[in-house]
Structure formats: structure tokens, C-alpha cells
Design a protein around this ligand. Structure first.
Ligand SMILES: CC(C)(COP(=O)(O)OP(=O)(O)OC[C@H]1O[C@@H](n2cnc3c(N)ncnc32)[C@H](O)[C@@H]1OP(=O)(O)O)[C@@H](O)C(=O)NCCC(=O)NCCS
Length: 310
């Protein structure tokens, strides 16, 4: 039995921040943001909801969906670059709040590719039989490290969390192949000082190349081709990057997630949030081949080919 996803959950804050409100805060326009990024609105968490709260809400739903109890979890991995504090980790805060008394817990930092790193890490423990159930969460509150006077970055990001419970699934289902990568020489293009600092054009070029190449490579590793792909869930950073990945895999528009319109870039949460939304919309079915692919500050990237179903 391989490692797959047996439960899902997501949480986004209630407060919607539309492009029109950003127009009042900085020199930008709804038209520019829509055409250059695809984003129409994003969610912003209030002061009293931090990363661990969003992670908890998403995790609770994923546990419920999986039909397991918190004490059954062996490991909690939280991918985040915006933990409530440097320690204790968000994962340890979750462990307490969920009552996951038997779980080891740690955070994992790979920026927007964090959820791919988390899923792949979890799969290793499940494949070896060491652990059975692992909670993997992608949660970020980027609004707290966003410079709200910098139009180059402030229009792009939003807050949210997504979670999956991973465990053994039926033969042929689950993770078929993966790729993780990093290029520290590109760290200067996207980093956090006091706030997020970004060279948008450099990140854009890297992202377009990496998303396409990684997707193709995980297909090859799994012995599959573009024709086998049923659905693509790319990290939601810019609709033009998402579109480039779609074209690289020669997929029709209905086979790709574009939740960026409503949520912006939610960092480590973007892939699991998209997964939940597409499942709820009935676009993913048992035995579908899904490609998940992400990139982020580091620079980091990761891709997974997964056969859906328990
Ligand atoms: C940031 C990004 C949207 C900029 O889009 P772009 O088409 O590359 O735009 P450019 O950088 O060429 O800038 C074009 C102009 O728009 C301006 N501009 C930038 N942000 C703007 C905004 N919010 N509103 C209006 N104008 C803006 C720039 O100042 C520039 O003006 P100039 O030509 O007078 O200097 C795009 O580069 C991008 O998405 N990059 C990847 C970012 C990313 O994925 N980050 C997260 C990684 S996980």
C-alpha cells in the first residue's frame, strides 16, 4: 500500500479584501491587478486569528473527513513561513489543541512549496510503515509580513490554511512519484526582511520554467504522459504562471485549478485549499491522476503525481 490522502480540510478568513479596496490604499487599480495577476480578491485574517488558528480549523475538518481521531495521528507537519512565534512550533500548538497526544510535531519551512515538501516527507514515513496517519498542514498569514505600502507585493497575497490526513491507501492509488528541489542562489529574489521583498520578474521567469519542467518530470518518473493527466493543481501565485503550466501539459481550462481569483497567493496553503475546492466542485474523482506542483522563496519547488482515492 502506498501513501495517499484520506481526509481534507481548508479554512479561509471571512474578511474579503477586493482589489477596489486596495485602490484606496496604494497606487494600483483593479484592472492592473486582474490583467497582470488574475486576482480579484483575497482573504485577510483579523488580529485575533493567527496561523495556528487557521491551521487548527483546517486540520479539524481534515480529521473529520478522514474519519480518524486525533489520538490516531503519528506525526503533525505544518508547512509555514509565518508561524505564530519561532517556537513552540505551530505543529506543537496544533498537537495540544487537537489532543493529538501520540503525535510527534514539527514545522517545515519551504515557503510556497512547503506543502509539497510536507506531503513528500510524510509519504516516506508511511511508505516505510513507521507511521500510519500523518497530518500535513499548509498555513500562512502572509498579511502580517506584507508591506501594505508596496504595490509590487501587497496586491498578491492572502491568508488561509489547508490540511490533509495522509495514510496508507489501496494499491495503485496515492503518490506515484515526486520531485523536490531547491536553488539557494535565487534566494535573493524573494525573501523576508521586515516584510516580503520580491523581484517579481525573476520569480516569474523561474516559476514558469520550473512548474512546467517539474510537472513533466514527475509524469516521466511515474511512467505516464501528459495524456494521462486528469487534473492539475498548481501553486496559485499568478494566473499567467498557472496558465503557462496548463499549456505545458496541454490541458483544457476545466482541468486546472484557478482559485487565485478569490484567494490570491496563500503561500503554503494554496495547493491544499485548491484541492479541497476542486473536490467539493466535483472535478476530481476516484482514480483520477492529479499533478500538484508548487514553487516558492528559497528558491524551492516540488511536484507530486498522485492517483486520487483511498
Ligand atoms: C509581480 C508581477 C505580478 C508583476 O507583473 P509584471 O507583468 O511582471 O509587471 P512588471 O514587473 O513588468 O511591472 C510593470 C509595471 O507595473 C508596475 N506595477 C507593479 N505592481 C503594480 C500594481 N500593483 N499596480 C499597478 N502597477 C504596478 C510596475 O511598477 C511597473 O511599472 P514601470 O514599468 O513603470 O516600472 C509578476 O512579475 C509576478 O507575478 N511575478 C511572480 C511573483 C510570485 O509568484 N511571487 C510569489 C512566489 S511564491
Amino acid at each position: 500500500m502506498g501513501a495517499g490522502i484520506i481526509g481534507i480540510g481548508r479554512y479561509v478568513p471571512e474578511k474579503v479584501l477586493p482589489n477596489f479596496d486596495l485602490e484606496k490604499m496604494m497606487d494600483t487599480s483593479d484592472e492592473w491587478i486582474r490583467t497582470r495577476t488574475g486576482i480579484e480578491e483575497r482573504r485577510i485574517a483579523p488580529d485575533d486569528i493567527d496561523t495556528s488558528d487557521m491551521a487548527y480549523f483546517a486540520a479539524e475538518r481534515a480529521l473529520h473527513d478522514a474519519g480518524i481521531e486525533a489520538k490516531d495521528i503519528d506525526l503533525i507537519l505544518v508547512a509555514t513561513v509565518t508561524p505564530d512565534r519561532s517556537f513552540p512550533s505551530v505543529a506543537c500548538m496544533l498537537q495540544e489543541r487537537l489532543g493529538a497526544v501520540n503525535a510527534a510535531a514539527m514545522d517545515l519551512s519551504a515557503a510556497c512549496a512547503g506543502f509539497m515538501y510536507g506531503m513528500v516527507t510524510a509519504a516516506q514515513f508511511i511508505d516505510t510503515g513507521v507511521y500510519k496517519y500523518i497530518l500535513v498542514v499548509g498555513a500562512d498569514k502572509l498579511s502580517k509580513i506584507t508591506d501594505w505600502t508596496d504595490r509590487n507585493t501587497a496586491v498578491l497575497f492572502g491568508d488561509g490554511a489547508g490540511a490533509v490526513v495522509m495514510g496508507p491507501v489501496s494499491p495503485g492509488r496515492g503518490i506515484l512519484s515526486f520531485e523536490l528541489g531547491a536553488d539557494g542562489t535565487g534566494g535573493k529574489h524573494l525573501y523576508k526582511d521586515e516584510y516580503i521583498v520580491m523581484n517579481g520578474r525573476e520569480v516569474f521567469k523561474f516559476a514558469v520554467r520550473q512548474m512546467g519542467e517539474s510537472s513533466v518530470r514527475v509524469l516521466e518518473k511515474a511512467g505516464l504522459t501528459k495524456d494521462d493527466v486528469d487534473f492539475l493543481i498548481p501553486h496559485q501565485a499568478n494566473i499567467r504562471i498557472v496558465e503557462a503550466a496548463r499549456q505545458r501539459l496541454e490541458l483544457p481550462e476545466e482541468k486546472i485549478s484557478t482559485t487565485i481569483r478569490r484567494y490570491g497567493n496563500t503561500s503554503a496553503a494554496s495547493i491544499p485549499i485548491s484541492l479541497v475546492e476542486e473536490l467539493e466542485a466535483g472535478k476530481i474523482h476516484d482514480d483520477d491522476l492529479i499533478i500538484m506542483v508548487g514553487f516558492g522563496g528559497g528558491l524551492t519547488w516540488g511536484a507530486i503525481a498522485l492517483r486520487w482515492g483511498r
